[in-house]
Write a protein that binds this ligand. Sequence first.
Ligand SMILES: *[C@@H]1O[C@H](CO)[C@@H](O)[C@H](O)[C@H]1NC(C)=O
Ligand SMILES: *[C@@H]1O[C@H](CO)[C@@H](O)[C@H](O)[C@H]1NC(C)=O
Ligand SMILES: *[C@@H]1O[C@H](CO)[C@@H](O)[C@H](O)[C@H]1NC(C)=O
Ligand SMILES: *[C@@H]1O[C@H](CO)[C@@H](O)[C@H](O)[C@H]1NC(C)=O
Ligand SMILES: *[C@@H]1O[C@H](CO)[C@@H](O)[C@H](O)[C@H]1NC(C)=O
Ligand SMILES: *[C@@H]1O[C@H](CO)[C@@H](O)[C@H](O)[C@H]1NC(C)=O
Ligand SMILES: *[C@@H]1O[C@H](CO)[C@@H](O)[C@H](O)[C@H]1NC(C)=O
Length: 480
Amino acid sequence: MLKSCCVYSTGVLCILVLIAGITLVLSQIFPNLVYKRIKSEVVLKNGTDAFAAWANPPPPVYMQFYMFNLTNPIEVLAGNKPAVVELGPYTYREYRPMLNVVFLENGTKVEAVNPKTYVFEASMSRGAETDLIRTVNIPAMTVMEKVKDMPFVPGLINDFMKGQGIGLFTTVTVGDLLWGYEDKLLAAAKAFDPTLDTVFGLFYKMNGTDDGDYVFYSGSQNYQDFAGVALWKGQSSLNWWSSDECNMINGTNGAFFHPLIHKNETLSMFSSDLCRSLYAVFEKELWVKNLPAYRFVPPSEVFANLSINPANAGFCVPAGNCLGSGLLNVSPCKQGAPIIMSSPHFYQADEKFVKDVIGMKPRKEYHETAIDLNPLTGIVLRAAKRLQVNVMVEKLEAFSQTGNVSTLVFPVMYLNESVVIDDASAKKLLSVVTMSNVVINIPFMVVGLGVLLGIIFMVLMCRKNTPESSPAEREPLLKP
Ligand SMILES: *[C@@H]1O[C@H](CO)[C@@H](O)[C@H](O)[C@H]1NC(C)=O
Ligand SMILES: *[C@@H]1O[C@H](CO)[C@@H](O)[C@H](O)[C@H]1NC(C)=O
Ligand SMILES: *[C@@H]1O[C@H](CO)[C@@H](O)[C@H](O)[C@H]1NC(C)=O
Ligand SMILES: *[C@@H]1O[C@H](CO)[C@@H](O)[C@H](O)[C@H]1NC(C)=O
Ligand SMILES: *[C@@H]1O[C@H](CO)[C@@H](O)[C@H](O)[C@H]1NC(C)=O
Ligand SMILES: *[C@@H]1O[C@H](CO)[C@@H](O)[C@H](O)[C@H]1NC(C)=O
Ligand SMILES: *[C@@H]1O[C@H](CO)[C@@H](O)[C@H](O)[C@H]1NC(C)=O
């Protein structure tokens, strides 16, 4: 009597537990609790971890430069393909703190500047800043392009260049090419244009300077806005494109991500070097330091030619003069210097550009831009922005310096700006992810418990009805 009571209560309990478990699974209460908690943590508020990480990112960011050293200048002037040797990396540790932080409008927005400082990291470099690189003389190419159609001026400049021994190619140190050097030709040209800066460098004036005042969303009103840019130099992001395409060149290199990322989302990023905003789409799932990650990459349309992506019309400069896929002409943003951006080694660009230069070997894993995010929290686990700086080189009738050079997109260098989450943050994040998974799975554990009780119930039922368990009781039944 007591025994069967026990058995039936097990059955009832099993059903109750199952109902409770299934209700919990269907109602999504536990995941929602976790998501709510994460959303409340991801806000730029004095004192939160998110704010500390935003104001002073703990993992080291490295900027690595790879230079292309030209080996055959004489042959190139005769019209042959250039052959280049890749040198580097020349690695810099990048410091990018948020400064002058002020909270606005009840903490819904945050104002700040974001200067970047680069410090050479010899231990992670192959070579020194004093290494010599032979490459295109970018100031000379720029000046020649600018004056080529003027009367008399090309002749004067041609003579000056001859006298000074300035040609299409030059040999400079890595440090000078990046951070700036006094250029003889620009110094001479200053006589005609007093506003001219006589120093040239690919990253000239970029060390320790900020690119203007930002206003960010704190995420307190909508977690999806977290750390998004509301205003830059007093302008809303919607106006950056329409007002001045080149505004973007000075813009942040940041990207903002929110928690609870879905695979079908398009993530926004900015790139100051490209004069534009970029976007990235989901590629695959992977693991970074034992943490689950989604990899997002810019789709090939971002760099596609006009027939594939009409939005790239802005990069056909002058209007109608379009380059092929994989190249963006940013000369309007670089004071008219014929600078063209691409992925390193012309990855994802037309085959033609790869074939035009001996030494180009595009490879997806080394040359793509990619960002790996933890989908639950939106935290960046690893990122690499990879870009190549090229110069458009062509024969100019007015200048003997250009010899018989073929028209080509000449690679100067590429950069890889990368970051990997530091071990301490990874450990902290791992415990958050593990804890969240446990909580999210509580309803399933309840269902599991219900199933277990069901099994126990059935076992007890069988035992209760099996004859061997109580032969004395069964015997009369067998002998009617
Ligand atoms: C954050 O709080 C600390 C200590 O209360 C204070 O010193 C600091 O100025 C605050 N920062 C901002 C940006 O308000
Ligand atoms: C800030 O919050 C207070 C009280 O909640 C409200 O009266 C005020 O309008 C808010 N100010 C802004 C700029 O949102
Ligand atoms: C950038 O500035 C910092 C601090 O002023 C300095 O230590 C560093 O050497 C500079 N880097 C370069 C490449 O000039
Ligand atoms: C680059 O090439 C130039 C010219 O051949 C040479 O002098 C220089 O040493 C090379 N640079 C490096 C770092 O090998
Ligand atoms: C961008 O920066 C350059 C100098 O680095 C400056 O001449 C130019 O005016 C800036 N452009 C905008 C739109 O602020
Ligand atoms: C654009 O690129 C596609 C694919 O690379 C190619 O088939 C097409 O001919 C290109 N169009 C132009 C105008 O270059
Ligand atoms: C940056 O990219 C280059 C190749 O593109 C690669 O060799 C290098 O290891 C990368 N650096 C980091 C820190 O990931």
